[in-house]
Design a protein around this ligand. Structure first.
Ligand SMILES: [Zn+2]
Length: 88
């Protein structure tokens, strides 16, 4: 019970902190990105190469279609998938 309250207080604190300093945080993030742009881009590129199997893996769906993890939401909105769901 006590930990729940603590967690709630932390969430509340984070929310108020974010609302209060929203612009400052945005500026800080932008500054960090511009200063470390090349490093960040290299890390992203490295991640995509190392995890290509995970990122681009094609999963087969019950509707007979295929999707990858990053377009699952788009797949669920597709005509083929919707038609399959409606036939149940
Ligand atoms: Zn589907």
């Amino acid at each position: 019970m006590d930990t729940d309250k603590k967690q709630y207080d932390k969430q509340k604190y984070n929310r108020t902190y974010y609302n209060k300093s929203n612009e400052a945080i945005k500026i800080q993030h932008k500054k960090y990105y511009t200063e470390n742009k090349q490093t960040i881009l290299n890390k992203c590129k490295e991640y995509r190469i190392l995890n290509a199997n995970k990122i681009y893996h094609r999963y087969s769906c019950g509707c007979g279609g295929y999707y990858s993890k990053n377009n699952y939401s788009r797949h669920t909105k597709s005509i083929i998938h919707k038609a399959f769901i409606n036939t149940d």
